[in-house]
Write a protein of this length. Structure first.
Length: 247
């Protein structure tokens, strides 16, 4: 992405987890940061805007509120995400699919649509999407999640091509497992949030025009197909399916 100082940044999904941590890093680096989310608990905090990315009206209200207070807004981060495990042998999993796609994929697309006209009119800005290592290397316990994040990756690639020449940069954050959102309890390999954010900020500073923000811990996911490790890794990552009923 990105010059990372003197920007005005809206992190949608910045009330908890990676988004909240990134918001603090951006503040520390000399940026103005607004965070968005649904949770009423954080609504009283300064710079927090209520937004539900599964609700198109809510997105437009949040957009208007943010742009009225910050007409110089020039960075939008689409961090909101739902991570849900599913048992595809039970058709009831579709409820999880619906939430996942509505939040992670449609939500990302709608938030970008809400801000694109503003950024085009400014003639500069940055859109930072958030996919996952799972976009590139499945974790079979989370099929719709993987599909949504592969969708975010593919969409980001086309968005960048369509916005070429407008002055808007498009970059993609590709986190590996991070010790947030309950990962810290179930995944001992999850990276501590601060370790992850240290590396992200270093990468942003060192390579401001990178299309993808790839910390070392996600390279094995990102390049598994190229490196010939894909089949073996998918098999290994299928082991947790044993935790599902009747397996
Ligand atoms: N943690 C990981 O291992 C990992 C790995 C790869 C990628 N990622 C991705 O990184 C992003 C952040 O994950 P995280 O671990 O920080 O998760 P988290 O701690 O659960 O935070 C998720 C954020 O998204 C917001 N959110 C969820 N549903 C929303 C909705 N409908 N509308 C608006 N905001 C919504 C939440 O705020 P409210 O609850 O206030 O709405 C919260 O701020 C997600 O896109 C996730 O898929 C995470």
């Amino acid at each position: 992405m990105v010059k990372i100082t003197n920007r005005t940044v809206f992190i949608v999904g910045g009330t908890y987890g990676i988004g909240r941590g990134l918001a603090q890093r951006f503040v520390d680096a000399g940026n103005t940061v607004i965070v968005g989310g649904r949770s009423p608990k954080t609504q009283g905090e300064r710079g927090t805007v209520r937004i539900d990315v599964t609700d198109p009206d809510s997105i437009l209200r949040a957009r208007d509120q943010v742009l009225e207070a910050h007409p110089d807004l020039d960075v939008v981060v689409t961090m909101s995400g739902a991570m849900i495990t599913e048992d595809l042998r039970d058709p009831a999993h579709i409820a999880a699919t619906e939430v996942t796609i509505a939040t992670n994929l449609l939500g990302t697309i709608r938030v970008i649509d809400a801000f694109t006209p503003h950024l085009i009119a400014r003639g500069s800005g940055t859109i930072l999407t958030v996919s996952s290592g799972i976009a590139f290397l499945p974790f079979p316990l989370m099929p719709s999640y993987g599909a949504s994040k592969a969708g975010v990756h593919a969409y980001t690639e086309s968005l960048r091509a369509q916005l070429a020449g407008t002055g808007i940069e498009v970059a993609e954050l590709v986190p590996p497992a991070i010790a947030t959102a309950g990962q810290e309890k179930i995944n001992p390999a999850a990276l501590p949030l601060d370790t992850y954010l240290d590396e992200v900020m270093e990468l942003l500073a060192a390579e401001p025009t990178a299309h993808e923000i790839l910390v070392k811990g996600v390279l094995m996911h990102r390049w598994a197909e190229r490196d010939g490790t894909y089949a073996e890794l998918v098999e290994r990552r299928s082991q947790p399916l044993n935790t599902l009923p009747n397996r």
